[in-house]
Design a protein around this ligand. Sequence first.
Ligand code: FES
Length: 156
Amino acid sequence: MDTSNILPLRIGGRIKSSPNGSRTMHMHNPKRDLDSASIKVELFLEDPEGLTGTDQCEWDLLAVEGESILELAVRSGIQIEHSCGGVCACSTCHVYVEDGDEFVSEADEDEEDRVEEAPGLQINSRLSCQCVLHGDGPVKVRVPSWNRNAVKEVPH
Ligand code: FES
């Protein structure tokens, strides 16, 4: 059975909620109309072999309105780490948005708190699972080579 599309309900003891009570998760939405993908996103992979099994560093992709950078990458075969399944409960999906940040959602307080735990923090650091794309782009994103699992263990 292919379990790649199954998301955890609760990881690390923390699920992010919006004011209306829904969790902020931007992964594997089956309702997306991929034919409408028009937002230009350029991904630069520092470790293409580790993320794709190829040596292709630069990827020119088209995203759907409302799609996250992580969701776009994963459906394009780029396996950015996302240990918590895209619910802002780890920092393994850390990327740098190098250009076009007006075409991604602003980081909220939960994301800012979480991304501070990522190694190599920079002013343009974002969690790719929380970066929702809109408009036309282009958006330029660098995926660092040293992603690591930063999920905090919670005692039972
Ligand atoms: Fe865990 Fe993005 S996948 S914070």
